[in-house]
Design a protein around this ligand. Structure first.
Ligand SMILES: *[C@@H]1O[C@H](CO)[C@@H](O)[C@H](O)[C@H]1NC(C)=O
Ligand SMILES: *[C@@H]1O[C@H](CO)[C@@H](O)[C@H](O)[C@H]1NC(C)=O
Ligand SMILES: *[C@@H]1O[C@H](CO)[C@@H](O)[C@H](O)[C@H]1NC(C)=O
Ligand SMILES: *[C@@H]1O[C@H](CO)[C@@H](O)[C@H](O)[C@H]1NC(C)=O
Ligand SMILES: *[C@@H]1O[C@H](CO)[C@@H](O)[C@H](O)[C@H]1NC(C)=O
Ligand SMILES: *[C@@H]1O[C@H](CO)[C@@H](O)[C@H](O)[C@H]1NC(C)=O
Length: 655
């Protein structure tokens, strides 16, 4: 047999160069091995890791790098070692791992300090061996399919203290009662426990978690989104290092124990969406001087906000929404100068909102007092809140005008003053609110013409609107309780709602400029004249309501092209002629058109004698089509930009 030549024929010079090259490479490798923190892999550890791998039914491609013939410390994905070649970290988040966590394998990694298996599809139980590890500091198995009850290691020798500091088992399928056996005593160094978004039942595990050692180190406890019930145990007072306590979205009942207010370390506290009741005692709550974000919303608390709230100097977000709280707002609220959010919606607060001096609340971004019984005029001191992005005073008993100073709130994005008793015309400076994209003044007594400046709202005119959709904005939270899901509406629709007022005059021709609008409601006013054909430029419209006015003339043919339109109402006007056929208009029922005696179409039984003329474009229709064509030409020219818009828009619609 002929030997197969390993190298093609080479000159001596080439060979010498090659040897030199290899030598340099070897030296570099040698040097690297000195600076590299990892030694070569301990054989036992690599065996344990392979055992872990064997427990998986899908390994997300790990086998390609986790090969027995290569060094686990340097070549295996997600594995880090110490200098001694012992595995210290296994970090495999979002790797598409399925199957079980093999208990012995992980327990045998005797130097393992960090285990991150977050966001996979691991199932079965969490091996108690993990928590009883003598090396692990951090366990993150959040966002998996782990189920069953949480098992703790068997009771340990008294005196044994495990090093575990961080345990994140959130967003799994754990159920049953939280274990309360003495083993928590051994987990004495726990700083953070996140068990949120599971199906745990029974009492909040306060006593076992905090009572074990007198100096409980627990700083973060998240038990939200479970089914904990019963009352909050007064033993909470022994969690004396607690900074974050989140028990939102459970089924807790009774009143808050007075002992809770001894936990003066608390900064972030949420009991939102439980069945708690009783009065929130002002004298007690002011003991929590470190409080930053108290959230007691969606319970049955009553009573007033005490004047002493002004002592909570670190307050940033005050959420008391959806309760039965009443009384005037304390003037001292104006002393809490760090406030960014005040959410008092859906309560029975009353009196003059102007009792609070907003002058020093420079940081305020969201003021939501929707559905209370506030009266008086909109307080002028709000003018100082230059950072305000959302002002919702809807469904109160406010009267007077829209105050001129609102024009100074340049950052305002959402303004909802609906369902009050505001009078006066719409101010003509309205378009100076250059960030506003949601304006609801419906159901007031506003008068006069629709100002042309309203047709020049910068944010509604521009395509910028989509670019701003990502901003986080959590004013309303719609809850679908059956699914235990919270659809925090991250963005409001671009909306203009002036319905149910006393506006007169015509709909301005310039309406076509507001091309970002997705909802337009001019219903229940005293508007006359024709529907401006330019309305067909509002190609993103999903809701169009012009009902109950005195509008006359034809329905512009081009309305048929508003493909996103899902709600449409022009009933109770004096419109005439055929209902355009063969497009979007034919998707609506007769209720969209009734109350216009001169309108004609197959869905309106009253005039089947008159023939609809779908193909004949009216003058207004032609004008509109040519505008559409020029928009298309523009779009082709700036194709990429438009495509981007469509992508963003479709994401938004899928929300
Ligand atoms: C765990 O370690 C012990 C002793 O070091 C060894 O006997 C056993 O085989 C190891 N188990 C696994 C699964 O590697
Ligand atoms: C685990 O990994 C995920 C994804 O990288 C990361 O977000 C998370 O913070 C990690 N967990 C810990 C405890 O570091
Ligand atoms: C789990 O909790 C820890 C501690 O708070 C945190 O560092 C980590 O980011 C969390 N994991 C995920 C995926 O959020
Ligand atoms: C707990 O985990 C969830 C995800 O499951 C996360 O959204 C939440 O922020 C975490 N809580 C804390 C206090 O870190
Ligand atoms: C709750 O857990 C489910 C399942 O893991 C996950 O899809 C969902 O995003 C989690 N919710 C939160 C608020 O983290
Ligand atoms: C209009 O507002 C008043 C309060 O000013 C309220 O009682 C009424 O229910 C509202 N009407 C509608 C249709 O929302």
């Amino acid at each position: 047999m002929k030997p197969i030549p390993l190298l093609p024929s080479m000159t001596n010079r080439n060979i010498r160069f090659c040897i030199l090259y290899i030598a340099v490479f070897a030296v570099v490798l040698l040097l690297l091995s000195f600076v590299s923190p990892a030694g070569s892999c301990s054989e036992q550890d690599s065996r344990s890791l392979l055992q872990f791998l064997a427990g998986l039914s899908q390994d997300g491609g790990l086998t390609t790098s986790w090969r027995p013939d290569v060094d686990c410390c340097t070549a295996w994905e997600g594995v880090s070692c110490g200098r001694d070649g012992m595995v210290t970290k296994v970090s495999l988040p979002s790797r598409g791992l399925h199957g079980c966590i093999s208990p012995l394998s992980v327990a045998n990694l005797t130097s393992l300090t960090h285990l991150n298996l977050s966001d996979n599809a691991l199932s079965g139980s969490l091996p108690p061996e993990l928590m009883s590890s003598l090396s692990l500091l951090v366990i993150d198995v959040s966002f998996n399919h782990l189920d069953g009850v949480l098992l703790l290691p068997w009771p340990m020798n008294t005196g044994l203290k495990l090093p575990l500091q961080v345990l994140n088992i959130s967003s799994n399928r754990f159920a049953g009662e939280f274990p309360s056996n003495l083993s928590w005593n051994a987990i004495a160094n726990l700083v953070m426990l996140n068990a949120s978004n599971n199906s745990f039942t029974g009492e909040m595990p306060i006593a076992p978690l905090c009572n074990g050692s007198p100096s409980s180190s627990l700083a973060v406890l998240d038990l939200s989104d479970n089914r904990f019930n019963g009352e909050v145990s007064p033993e909470i007072a022994s969690c004396s290092m607690l900074k974050v306590l989140n028990v939102a979205h459970n089924k807790l009942t009774g009143i808050l124990p007075i002992k809770l207010f001894d936990v003066t370390s608390l900064e972030h506290l949420s009991f939102a969406d439980n069945d708690l009741q009783g009065e929130i005692d002002g004298a007690h709550i002011t003991k929590l001087t470190n409080l930053v974000t108290p959230d007691l919303g969606e319970n049955s608390f009553h009573g007033e906000i005490s004047e002493s709230i002004g002592q909570l100097k670190k307050l940033e977000e005050l959420r008391l929404d959806n309760n039965y709280m009443s009384g005037d707002l304390p003037s001292s609220l104006g002393n809490c100068t760090c406030l960014t959010t005040i959410d008092l919606k859906i309560n029975k607060f009353s009196g003059d909102l102007g009792k609070v001096d907003f002058t020093s609340l420079h940081n305020l971004k969201i003021l939501d007092v929707m559905r209370n019984i506030f009266s008086g005029v909109i307080p002028e001191s709000i003018y100082s809140c230059k950072n305000l992005t959302a002002l919702r005073i809807s469904s109160n008993h406010m009267h007077g005008k829209i105050p001129v100073w609102l024009a100074k709130l340049k950052k305002l994005k959402v303004l909802d003053l609906s369902n009050n008793q505001l009078t006066s015309p719409m101010p003509s400076w309205i378009n100076s609110l250059s960030n506003l994209f949601y304006l609801d003044v419906s159901n007031n007594s506003l008068t006069g013409n629709i100002p042309v400046t309203l047709m020049a709202m910068p944010m509604l005119e521009s395509d910028n609107y989509e670019a701003h959709l990502t901003r986080l904005f959590d004013l309303p939270v719609y809850r679908i309780s059956a699914l235990r899901q919270y659809l925090a509406l991250t963005s409001f629709p671009a909306l203009l709602n002036i319905s149910t007022n006393k506006f007169t005059g015509v709909i301005p021709q310039d309406i076509g400029q507001l091309s970002a609008l997705s909802q337009l409601d001019f219903s229940r006013n005293k508007l006359h004249g024709e529907i401006p054909p330019a309305i067909c430029n509002l190609t993103k419209l999903q809701v169009l309501d012009l009902s109950s006015n005195y509008l006359t003339g034809p329905i512009p043919e081009a309305l048929n092209k508003l493909n996103f339109l899902s709600e449409f109402n022009i009933s109770n006007n004096d419109l005439e002629g055929p209902i355009p056929t063969g497009g979007q208009m034919s998707t609506f029922s007769s209720s969209s058109f009734v109350g216009n005696p001169k309108l004609c179409g197959s869905i309106l039984a009253n005039c089947n004698s008159v023939k609809a003329a779908p193909t004949v474009l009216t003058t207004s229709g032609k004008q509109c089509s040519s505008e559409v064509i020029s928009v298309i030409a523009f779009g082709v020219f700036f194709g990429v930009g438009v495509l981007y818009d469509q992508l963003v828009l479709s994401n938004y619609l899928d929300m």
